[in-house]
Design a protein around this ligand. Structure first.
Ligand code: NAD
Length: 283
C-alpha cells in the first residue's frame, strides 16, 4: 500500500516557514513582497485560482493586487499595465493568469513581463536558465513536485522518470528539472504510440494530461512513485488523471487529488514572490 504524498500538509509547513522569512524581510530590510496578477476575461476556474492566490498571499503578508480586464480591451492596454508593473518598485512578481481568451496572443503579452519579475518562470530567459542548468525562477507546479519529493526524501538521481504530457507549464519544464537532478527522463504525449510499455518502466511516474482515470494500475510498475498533476471535474468532484484506488495498492508513494500537487503549486508560487523580493535592491 502506497504512502500518501501529502501536499496539503507539506505546503502548510512550507508556508509557515515562508511567513517567518517574510516577517524578517520586513523587519530587517523594510521590504514587503509584492505580487501583481492580471486576469483577462471571465473564465470561472481562473477567477477561483486568482482568488485563492490572493487569499494565500494575504495570509502570508505578501502585498497582492489583481488587475482584471473584461476581455474586450486591446492587447496594448494589457501590455501597458504590465509595463507599469515592471517599473513599480512595490511589485516583485507579475503573473498573467492563463488561459487568456482566444482573441489574445498570450505568448506576446506574457513576453512583456520583465524576466526579473517573471514569477511564473515561463519567460524565455528563465526557461533558458533552466535549460542551461542555471536554474533561477522556476515554474511553480514543476518546482512544487520536486519540493514534495525532496520533503519525503525520495531519490531522483539515476531514477527513470516518465512524464505524461509535454505542456509549457508542466511537462517540458519538469522534464528539465528532473534531468538537472540526474534522472533519466522520458516525456510522453498524445502522439506516443507505446505509452503503457513506457510507463511500466517508470520509477517515478508523473501524469499531466487532464483526463480522469487516464492512468490505470496496469500502467504502473510495482513500487513506483506516482505523481498526479491532473485536475478534472467529475460530477462536482475534483479528480486527477490516476486511478487512485487501484494504483495505491501497487505504488510506493502517490499524490492524492485534491491535496497533492495543487497546494504545492500555490506554496511554490508564494516562495517565488519572496525570492524575487530578496532581489529587489538589485533591480
Ligand atoms: P495541456 O492540455 O496543455 O497538456 C496536456 C498534455 O497531455 C499534452 O501535452 C498532451 O500531449 C498530453 N496528452 C493528451 N492526450 C494524451 C494521450 N492520450 N497520451 C499521452 N499524452 C496525452 O495541459 P496542462 O496545462 O499541462 O495541464 C494538464 C493537467 O494538469 C490539467 O488537468 C490541468 O488542470 C492540470 N494542472 C494542474 C496543476 C496543479 O497545480 N495541480 C497545474 C497545472 C496544470
Amino acid at each position: 500500500m502506497a504512502e500518501i504524498l501529502d501536499g496539503k500538509e507539506v505546503s502548510r509547513v512550507k508556508k509557515e516557514e515562508l511567513k517567518k522569512k517574510i516577517i524578517e524581510l520586513k523587519e530587517k530590510c523594510g521590504i514587503t513582497p509584492g505580487l501583481a496578477i492580471i486576469r483577462v476575461g471571465e473564465d470561472p476556474a481562473s477567477e477561483i485560482y486568482v482568488k485563492n492566490k490572493l487569499k494565500a498571499c494575504a495570509s502570508l503578508g505578501i502585498h497582492a493586487i489583481e488587475k482584471h480586464f473584461e476581455g474586450t480591451e486591446k492587447e496594448e492596454e494589457i501590455i501597458k499595465t504590465i509595463e507599469s508593473f515592471n517599473t513599480d518598485q512595490t511589485i516583485d512578481g507579475i503573473l498573467v493568469q492563463s488561459p487568456l481568451p482566444n482573441s489574445y496572443d498570450e505568448q506576446k503579452i506574457v513576453s512583456h513581463v520583465l524576466s526579473s519579475k517573471d514569477v511564473d518562470g515561463f519567460g524565455i530567459m528563465n526557461l533558458g536558465y533552466l535549460l542551461a542548468n542555471q536554474e533561477q525562477i522556476l515554474a511553480a507546479t514543476p518546482l512544487g513536485i520536486i519540493h514534495l519529493l525532496d520533503y519525503y526524501n525520495i531519490p531522483i538521481a539515476s531514477k527513470h522518470v516518465v512524464i505524461i504530457g509535454r505542456s509549457q507549464i508542466v511537462g517540458r519544464p519538469l522534464s528539465i528539472l528532473f534531468l538537472n537532478r540526474d534522472a533519466t527522463v522520458t516525456i510522453t504525449h498524445s502522439k506516443t504510440t507505446n505509452l503503457k510499455e513506457i510507463t511500466q518502466t517508470a520509477d517515478i511516474l508523473v501524469s499531466a494530461v487532464g483526463k480522469p482515470h487516464f492512468v490505470t494500475a496496469d500502467m504502473v510498475k510495482v513500487g513506483a512513485v506516482c505523481i498526479d498533476v491532473g485536475i478534472s471535474r467529475v460530477e462536482n468532484h475534483v479528480v486527477g488523471d490516476m486511478d487512485f484506488d487501484s494504483i495505491k495498492e501497487k505504488a510506493s508513494f502517490i499524490t492524492p487529488v485534491p491535496g497533492g500537487v495543487g497546494p504545492m503549486t500555490i506554496a511554490t508560487l508564494l516562495e517565488n514572490v519572496y525570492t524575487l523580493a530578496l532581489k529587489r535592491k538589485e533591480r
